[in-house]
Design a protein around this ligand. Structure first.
Ligand code: SF4
Length: 384
């Protein structure tokens, strides 16, 4: 079926450790530049408006052996930081001309400095996101930070970025986020029509191609989904939380589904779906992005709270998704996720929502113990 063919193509792109799709883009755009975007959130519109390709930088997964990165980081650091650095040492990031990190945690901050020191040919940028989301000056501050990134992207691209180009990029990414919201809605309402593994592969592979191509794939899948004939199964509806930065192995997501869960919402790749509504198209583009960052971005353990806390955000997400439970899936040694867990747990207990914790690291090969834990959890829910 056509939908399976699209997903297979996306999966092949995702599993290509040589970033073949980025190489192809560069071959088609002589002199074109690619900018790696480390999680969680990057204003990709600015990169795209400068005529460059934003590329999701999510570490090496289980495809890379650490030979050098271990010597630059302590042992108690998440895998994504180490494998991203190792990719640099092994020459796998040579096709990138720049990278953008942001103030999500100490590890990301240190990684950006280590990258800048070890790879001077790479233009390394660091975004200081707002710390005080309720300050009257917050939008002005974020706008000025995005303007600084724009100037630095202009320097990398070698030409200025026009307001028209920014406005057009903003529209393109609004459409992508809108299509992803639609796909998330379909999965929430009819999780038997699209699995989380499929949705994730589709969304993540989109971080490796121009947004126009990604949008085309999303629209194609949306148009084809209604023809799927699968029947709903008796499964537990769960929300996955804490997987916002380092991404869990695909096999782990598959095990969750095989163990009898429908994942009806998640925070996977959350930075690429950051805004809960369209970014306004009738404001100056950077102002619109800044307003949206402060007023209509998703809650996250790496974003400071606005008027509503992230614990309330999680409970609301569970209710909205009609979920019965939460599966916390923090990356091993991910401090923002692990620091938030006790707060989330308290809020869930107060709301009478069961949960399970499954910690992961990129190099996970066996999932049998996790499968057993999940199956026990699912049985306890189904036969309670
Ligand atoms: S996985 Fe967690 S600790 Fe590691 S870089 Fe991401 S947010 Fe920071």
């Amino acid at each position: 079926m056509a939908i399976t063919r699209i997903i297979d193509r996306c999966r092949a792109r995702l599993e290509d450790v040589e970033f073949g799709s980025v190489r192809d883009w560069k071959a088609r755009h002589p002199g074109g530049k690619a900018v790696g975007c480390f999680p969680v959130y990057t204003p990709v519109e600015i990169i795209h408006a400068a005529g460059m390709l934003p590329v999701g930088l999510f570490g090496g997964g289980n495809t890379i052996e650490l030979a050098n990165a271990d010597a630059r980081f302590q042992s108690f650091v998440c895998s994504i930081a180490k494998t991203t650095l190792e990719m640099g040492f092994q020459g796998r990031l040579k096709l990138l001309d720049g990278t953008i990190f942001s103030s999500i945690c100490d590890v990301a901050r240190n990684l950006s400095s280590v990258m800048a020191r070890n790879f001077p040919e790479l233009q390394v940028e660091y975004i200081h996101h707002a710390q005080n989301m309720t300050s009257p000056a917050a939008v002005d501050y974020v706008e000025s930070e995005f303007a600084r990134i724009q100037r630095n992207m202009e320097r990398l691209a070698g030409h200025p970025v026009s307001q028209e180009a920014l406005a057009s990029s903003l529209k393109t990414y609004n459409r992508i986020r809108g299509a992803l919201r639609d796909l998330y809605r379909v999965r929430r309402e009819s999780p038997h029509l699209i699995s989380t593994v499929e949705l994730y592969v589709l969304a993540r592979s989109g971080t490796l191609v121009p947004p126009e191509e990604h949008l085309g794939e999303l629209m194609e899948v949306l148009a084809l989904l209604h023809a799927r004939q699968d029947r709903p199964k008796d499964r537990v509806r769960v929300v996955i939380e804490s997987a916002f930065c380092e991404q869990p192995p695909l096999d782990l997501l598959q095990v969750v589904e095989e163990a009898g869960c429908y994942i009806v919402d998640d925070d996977l790749l959350t930075g690429w779906r950051w805004y809960v509504e369209d970014v306004p198209e009738d404001l100056p583009p950077l102002r619109a992005l800044a307003e949206s960052y402060i007023r209509q971005s998703v809650y996250s353990s790496v974003r400071h709270d606005g008027p509503r806390s992230r614990t309330a955000g999680l409970v609301e997400k569970v209710r909205r998704a009609g979920a019965q439970a939460v599966i916390f899936m923090p990356a091993k040694f991910c401090e923002p996720a692990l620091f938030d867990y006790p707060l989330f747990r308290l809020a869930l207990e107060e709301a009478n929502i069961p949960h399970l914790v499954i910690e992961f690291e990129e190099k996970m090969w066996t999932f049998e113990r996790t499968r057993n834990e999940l199956e026990t959890f699912v049985e306890s829910m189904l036969f309670d």
